[in-house]
Design a protein. Structure first.
Length: 382
């Protein structure tokens, strides 16, 4: 009797087909990037409003390029080397700007024109600033190390294995330190120091136009900064930024929050001014600060306030907060205002940033932008 089972000679089942990962349309996006760069450079050459619009983009375009490069680096090793090289150049330029403001704060706004010889004390302060700038770069670069990223992951919601998150962390830390350096060394906001000696003044219409152009740049830049279209669809990007249409209740609560934030800020302003005067510390020159926005009018004030509210909330609370938590983006938000505020004003900016961050956490970026813009409108009109 044949005792061989019928299935002994049956063909073995074929292994499941290998999953072939679809290649991302890298060349297509690279070609599009080339076209965009050519168009951007062409705006500088065209002059007029095109050139003004292109200049406004200098505040956001370098960040977008860094974000796009970092996303590409997660899949391509060669892109990681390019990203690190670009980050070094990017931070280097920011460091040069910081050095320039330090020299202005220490030697005066006209130092570049008069070329006066600096005193030993002034040179010592500039040397201290240089040391701080180098330290800022080293501290930021350390954020790329896995061990440092893991340490931060225990405190903020970053993915320690993500190169994109590491780039965001390193950039936020470095720029925060660099932005604070001129104020820490010279003891006065560099822009207000320049205004005191007539070295800085922007026409009102130019300020309004620059704010509006900056907002136009910030809207698409925030999309690219969180991975559109490399990693996310438009819908996913909108959800990542938390750009959600507010409910009627949220609008009413946001209006109430504007009143609360304005009242709280006025109280903090009064207390901080008294404390600073009692301690003999320098305070923000309110007259010089008011001159920054002299002549813009009611309509101009509203445009600047709305542009700042939407643009800054998109960047700090929409792009950065879900990745770096509330505190670190707020510190960067505060440091970014160190060019026009002294430390008494920065205390208010810090508390405002924390307030907007909490509003974003428990509602959405849309609501925090509403409160931020509403606050700025009230303050400008006051």
């Amino acid at each position: 009797m044949n005792d061989v089972r019928p299935d002994e000679f049956a063909a073995e089942p074929l292994p499941p087909p290998l999953e072939v990962k679809a290649q991302r349309p890298f060349l297509r996006w690279a070609g599009l990037a080339v076209v965009v760069v050519i168009a951007y450079v062409s705006m500088f050459a065209a002059g007029g409003e095109f050139q003004s619009f292109a200049f406004s983009g200098l505040e956001v375009v370098p960040f977008v390029l860094l974000a796009v490069s970092a996303y590409a680096a997660e899949e391509r090793r060669w892109a990681k080397a390019i990203t690190l090289a670009y980050w070094t150049v990017f931070v280097g330029v920011a460091a040069l700007v910081s050095v320039a403001f330090v020299v202005i704060g220490v030697g005066g706004p006209q130092i570049w024109i008069t070329q006066d010889v600096l005193t030993t004390g002034q040179l010592a302060r500039i040397g201290f600033a240089f040391f701080g700038i180098v330290a800022s770069f080293i501290i930021g670069a350390l954020c790329f190390l896995p061990a440092v990223r893991r340490a931060f992951a225990g405190m903020i919601p970053i993915d320690a294995h993500s190169f994109v998150h590491a780039t965001a962390l390193a950039t936020a830390v470095t720029l925060s330190l660099l932005a604070l350096t001129p104020l820490m060394v010279s003891g006065q906001p560099p822009i207000l120091a320049m205004m005191q000696e007539g070295g800085f003044q922007t026409a009102p219409q130019e300020q309004v136009r620059s704010s509006l152009y900056g907002l136009i740049w910030a809207l698409p830049a925030s999309l690219f900064a969180v991975g559109f279209p490399q990693k996310r669809t438009f819908r996913e990007t909108r959800e990542r930024l938390s750009l959600i249409w507010p409910t009627r209740t949220q609008v009413l609560l946001a209006m109430a929050a504007v009143v609360v934030v304005v009242a709280a800020n006025m109280a903090v302003d009064t207390l901080s001014t008294r404390l600073w005067h009692a301690m003999g510390w320098n305070t923000t020159d309110q007259e010089m600060f008011a001159m920054l926005f002299a002549g813009i009018g009611t309509a101009g004030a509203i445009v600047i306030a709305v542009a700042a509210g939407i643009g800054e909330e998109l960047v700090f609370r929409g792009v950065l907060q879900p990745r770096l938590g509330i505190v670190l983006p707020t510190l960067l938000f505060t440091a970014a205002h160190a060019y026009q505020y002294n430390f008494d004003g920065l205390l208010q900016v810090l508390l405002l940033g924390l307030s907007f961050g909490l509003i974003r956490k428990f509602s959405s970026t849309t609501v925090s932008a509403f409160v931020h813009g509403g606050y700025d409108i009230v303050v400008f009109l006051m």
